[in-house]
Design a protein around this ligand. Structure first.
Ligand SMILES: Nc1ncnc2c1ncn2[C@@H]1O[C@H](COP(=O)(O)OP(=O)(O)OP(=O)(O)O)[C@@H](O)[C@H]1O
Ligand SMILES: [Mg+2]
Length: 352
């Protein structure tokens, strides 16, 4: 077990792409940290630098008390699991799991013990004599996980390990990973572009964009207080509604027709964000309701996603209780629930 410490770590590729801008990050001992962001933001590059597969252009990497910046990948005491499982096709599951242990001259009895224990933990005992070609994607991925686990590394590094699985298998394996991490408590860094996966798996999430870490926090911190417009739009589903407005003396008028209170420090052009879940149909006692027209209603059962046309012609998405949701074409008074709106200044930074 170990903490992973990055200091001013960066990567500039020879072509000039600055894939990771200087970044400080402390991954705590035993923590499951998720790096999340859109395609091309530098997640894999950062992970590959921790693994030693990519030489940093600057900065240092510590795993535990050791500076591993220039240490060979094989000597970093890490285990990686990729999207493509990269199992040896001619070896069966057991041999795949045993291979790295053999290389490290772990005695046979200890090898057997670790493999049996891990296979049991993952429910793959019956696959031990099968080759990858005779396994489903989900089974191969579990064997790949098993191969990483038996090594008992200081740190696991995962790069989109679930993205080749179908939705059901992905959900299942995701819960499995969560349970495994509780059990093993090995420091883990997990890369995904899927914010939902990040939110459900991470003790903390680091949101990246264009090679820059935008925010680091627990899933709820990032959800409840996104640091800037990018994080606001990226985390949470359906995506947050972002509405332009003008602020003055603690009040803002939004182009969509709403009036909201804002911090006194905010003046001039601002953006106000409201999650679809935080609009609701006004009751008689509500003040400041805005009449909006439902252009499209998508029933979800108890709830409905209602696309509302605002005063400025923009569309707002509201996730409403089906019982009160308007029908298509109807108008309906809408309020923002208990002032659950987010304020961003003209540079896109959150202001509380
Ligand atoms: N070997 C390389 N040479 C030059 N540029 C590269 C190389 N590897 C990656 N890049 C560039 O660095 C940037 C970050 O790439 P990276 O693979 O880290 O993104 P990512 O966040 O993992 O994206 P994805 O979600 O698509 O996997 C991209 O612009 C990519 O084109
Ligand atoms: Mg990647």
């Amino acid at each position: 077990m170990a903490e992973v410490r990055l200091r001013s770590i960066e990567k500039q590729f020879s072509g000039g792409v600055h894939a990771v801008k200087p970044c400080d990050l402390d991954i705590r001992d035993g923590e499951f940290l998720v790096l999340v962001g859109p395609s091309g933001c530098g997640k894999s590059t950062l992970l590959r630098m921790i693994a030693g597969l990519e030489e940093p252009s600057g900065g240092t990497i510590n795993i535990g008390s050791r500076d591993v910046t220039h240490v060979d990948p094989a000597d970093r005491d890490i285990a990686m699991v990729f999207q493509n499982y990269a199992l040896y096709p001619h070896k069966n599951a057991k041999e795949n799991m045993a291979f790295a242990l053999r290389l490290r001259k772990i005695p046979k009895a200890e090898r057997e013990r670790r493999i049996t224990e891990t296979a049991k933990m993952l429910g793959i005992e019956e696959l031990m004599n099968r080759k990858p070609g005779a396994m489903s994607g989900g089974q191969q991925q579990r064997v790949a996980l098993g191969r990483a686990i038996v090594r008992d590394p200081a740190c696991f590094l995962f790069d989109e390990p679930l993205s080749n699985l179908d939705a059901k298998m992905r959900n299942h394996t995701r819960s499995e990973l969560r349970r495994l991490h509780k059990e093993l408590q090995t420091t883990s860094v997990y890369v995904t572009h899927d914010q939902e996966e990040a939110m459900t798996l991470g003790d903390r999430v680091a949101v990246m964009k264009d090679g820059v870490m935008q925010q680091l926090g627990t899933p709820l911190e990032v959800y409840r207080a996104p640091a800037n417009l990018f994080v606001a739009g990226f985390i949470g589903t359906p995506a947050m509604n972002l509405m332009p407005g003008e602020a003055k003396d603690g009040q803002a008028t939004l182009a969509s027709g709403f009036q909201v209170s804002v911090p006194d420090s905010l003046n001039g052009t601002i953006t106000v964000g409201v999650r679809p879940q935080h609009f609701r149909v006004a009751s008689d006692s509500d003040q400041g309701a805005v009449e909006l027209t439902a252009r499209l209603v998508e029933p979800l059962g108890d709830l409905a996603d209602v696309h509302l046309e605002a005063a400025d012609g923009s569309t707002l998405l509201a996730r409403l209780d089906s019982e009160w949701a308007p029908t298509e074409g109807a108008t309906c008074p809408i309020v923002i629930d208990r002032d659950r709106h987010h304020c961003f200044d003209s540079s896109g930074q959150r202001v509380n």
